[in-house]
Design a protein around this ligand. Structure first.
Ligand SMILES: *Cc1c(COP(=O)(O)O)cnc(C)c1O
Length: 422
């Protein structure tokens, strides 16, 4: 198995390094648990999408729920990206990081009135609308604000993305999107509402997709609709094919972004839609392989049937294993010699589901630093304060130099909004 995160992540004389920085040294300098990301890996990931989109009207909207840290958003904003947001909080983050509202698409099944109002005032590029009720409310809010809301309908194309049920979103029985059969009626309805302007069509079929075919199936379903909608005199400027491209956690070999985009553009051209602006909403594929979570080995508890390695990071820091039974590679930052044993790498949280990896062949001593790989997406963004644990610090490596972009949370921060009874 190649090292997930290569070539940015590599061993130099045994020492595990990200962008040439020793992860063991970073863990000792900044403390653990610690997230470390390579800015270069993020920028190269955007560049792969861009290469295939060159010369085409397009907008890459980073789906920021994957990793919403301000410095990460700033990195993508400076690279010319837009953003896919799912809450008003995410919009405020984009603006705080120097991103432009005019490059923001607002997704999500449960936008509130207040969120709609704020997004209209900020001037987002469009709302990806997911139901009739949302169309009606958005129109009302827009009229009350004296504005027109640009809308794109999120269509549920009913294709199987071939991924985990929790992260598959394009099937009929998911809560997401407007059913393909109802889409034409929804477009007619949208076009009839006074506060709305129809501008595009959208879909997002799932996450950690490792093949091109589900995208092509969804695209075909989308283009069928574009043709039907335009036949009714409703013009669509853009096609948004969503995000979802997978990364390497273990032995997956997802298509490269430029390969995926090239295949999509071939299909779009073949069907005579090459003039339209293409929007994409990649999240995981821009940041996932760019980051690692560092953690220190606290105790070793060898046992009759299982060996437990207790580390200082837990499910509150990295939820994916507990939530999706996700397999993430775990490597010693400075491997030692000796005979490996199989260890369950677990955290201090009081839950049996609190594990980061099971049955991992490692040679370990307390005080060793471990790296959980491919942790740049849905790691820190899903972190919680469960067990009153303060959240980790974050380092962004900029041109190979470590920059502390999020201080370690303090216990005082956790209690700041609480009140004792009088
Ligand atoms: C989560 C999400 C994305 C990004 O998905 P990834 O798998 O991280 O690429 C894109 N669009 C929407 C609407 C989403 O909810």
């Amino acid at each position: 198995m190649s090292l997930p995160g290569a070539p940015y992540l590599a061993r130099h004389g045994g020492d595990l390094q990200l962008d040439g920085c020793s992860l063991d040294a970073l863990a000792r300098e900044f403390g653990t648990p610690l997230y470390v990301y390579s800015q270069r890996a993020m920028l190269d990931a955007v560049a792969s999408y861009r290469r295939a989109l060159a010369g085409r009207p397009h907008l890459i909207c980073y789906a920021m729920k994957a990793n919403p840290s301000l410095a990460v958003l700033q990195t993508f904003a400076q690279a010319g990206c837009g953003f896919d947001i799912v809450s008003a909080g995410e919009l405020e983050r984009v603006l705080a990081a120097g991103g432009e509202a005019s490059r923001v698409v607002f997704s999500g099944v449960g936008k509130t009135r207040a969120e709609m109002r704020r997004a209209l005032q900020a001037g987002v590029r469009c709302f990806n609308v997911e139901s009739h009720g949302e169309l009606d409310l958005l129109s009302q809010v827009a009229v009350a604000e004296g504005r027109t809301a640009p809308v794109s309908l999120r269509i549920n194309p009913d294709v199987d993305a071939g991924t985990h049920p929790y992260i598959s979103t394009g099937l009929k029985d998911n809560k997401f999107g407007i059913a393909h059969d109802e889409a034409l009626a929804s477009y007619r309805h949208a076009a009839s509402l006074p506060g709305l302007q129809v501008v595009g069509i959208d879909c997002h079929i799932g996450s950690q997709i490792t093949q091109v075919e589900p995208y092509l199936d969804a695209l075909d379903r989308l283009l069928d609709l574009v043709e039907a909608v335009e036949a009714e005199g409703i013009a669509l400027q853009h096609i948004d094919v969503g995000g979802g491209l997978g990364i390497q956690y273990a032995t997956e070999a997802p298509p490269q972004a430029d390969e995926l985009v090239t295949r999509l553009l071939q299909r779009i051209d073949a069907r005579g839609h090459g003039h339209r602006e293409l929007l994409m909403e990649p999240g995981r594929s821009l940041v996932g392989n760019a980051g690692v979570l560092l953690t220190e080995v606290l105790y070793l508890k060898p046992g009759a049937t299982k060996n437990f390695c207790i580390v200082d990071a837990a499910m509150n820091d990295l939820m994916r294993p507990a939530m999706y039974e996700a397999w993430m590679a775990i490597e010693a930052c400075r491997p030692r010699g000796g005979t490996a044993a199989a260890w369950d790498v677990v955290g201090p949280v009081c839950e049996s589901g609190d594990w980061l990896g099971r049955g991992r062949e490692l040679v370990l001593q307390p005080g060793d630093m471990l790296a959980v790989l491919s942790a740049g997406a849905y790691g820190m963004s899903m972190a919680s304060n469960y067990n009153s644990r303060a959240r980790a610090a974050e380092i962004l490596l900029v041109d190979g130099r470590p920059v502390l972009v999020r201080e370690r949370e303090q216990i005082q921060d956790l209690m700041a909004r609480e009140r004792l009874l009088p």
